[in-house]
Design a protein around this ligand. Structure first.
Ligand code: HEC
Ligand code: HEC
Length: 202
């Protein structure tokens, strides 16, 4: 047997082991080249993933695997930024259940850091009232609680707006109560809600 054949045999013997082990460093390097160090995003169209609940992160990644929510094509922000555009459906399709479990545990255990961003201070009270009436039951503590309904307070407004567009069309599956409400809101009401979430910067 020559060297190449021996190393291929060694590789074949190793594969079952390597397929099971989660290489968390390689995974997080991939995630953080868009979501930022520790999952805190510096880009307004990329959500922060740190401090969301484990259930929400786990469900979101499984949902991307089956196109249960749309995927927006996006460029890499760090590392080799010349890599072609990709999206979360493609990225999630490469993850095993063990990878998803490890990543969800890791990022849910890291602190959420609210984005520093502009908002209209005059609309915050209107947004807070709309939130209290229609959203607080699932996104509690003014949207700052990370649960099955994800944390909204301090998340990037451009990202939230982009993802909410897919709710009334049924492309991003959310509870029916939320879907109905989002569809009913005027742009002004939605903007006021966003101002309320963006105002929570601590
Ligand atoms: C090339 C950039 C890129 C990479 C790499 C990337 N993401 Fe994303 N991710 C995004 C963008 C942009 C969005 C928002 C758009 C969308 O939902 O399609 C997103 C959305 C998400 C969401 C949904 C967040 C929410 O609030 O609903 C999760 C969870 C997520 N990514 C986790 C990960 C994990 C874990 C990895 C690493 C395995 C990863 N991402 C790698 C760009 C990226
Ligand atoms: C009945 C419970 C419920 C109510 C009421 C509700 N939501 Fe949600 N919301 C959820 C759940 C659960 C998800 C996660 C869906 C998924 O798996 O992507 C979600 C997701 C979201 C997201 C996507 C967040 C992200 O990081 O991608 C936004 C934005 C949002 N909700 C805003 C609102 C607003 C604004 C209201 C009030 C008008 C509202 N929700 C009312 C349960 C609810």
């Amino acid at each position: 047997m020559n060297y190449i054949n021996i190393s291929m045999l060694a590789l074949a013997l190793c594969l079952p082991g390597t397929a099971l082990a989660v290489d968390i460093e390689a995974l997080t390097a991939e995630c953080e080249s868009c979501h930022g160090p520790d999952g805190v995003s510096a880009h307004s169209d990329v959500p922060s993933i740190s401090g969301q609940s484990k259930d929400y992160l786990d469900d979101s990644l499984h949902s991307f695997q089956v196109w249960g929510r749309p995927c927006i094509k996006t460029l890499y922000r760090q590392g080799d930024t010349s890599r072609p555009k990709t999206d979360m459906c493609k990225i999630a399709s490469g993850l095993s259940d063990e990878d998803i479990e490890a990543l969800s545990s890791l990022y849910s255990g890291k602190p959420f850091v609210a984005a520093t961003q502009d908002f209209d201070p005059e609309k915050v009270a209107t947004g807070a009232a709309l939130h209290e009436k229609h959203c607080e039951s699932c996104h509690s503590n003014g949207g700052s609680q990370a649960g099955r309904g994800p944390r909204l307070a301090g998340q990037w407004t451009p990202y939230l707006k982009a993802t909410l567009k897919f709710v009334p069309t049924g492309e991003h599956l959310v509870p029916p109560m939320m879907e109905r409400k989002i569809g009913d809101f005027s742009d002004e009401e939605l903007n006021a809600l966003m101002d309320f979430y963006a105002s929570q910067q601590k």
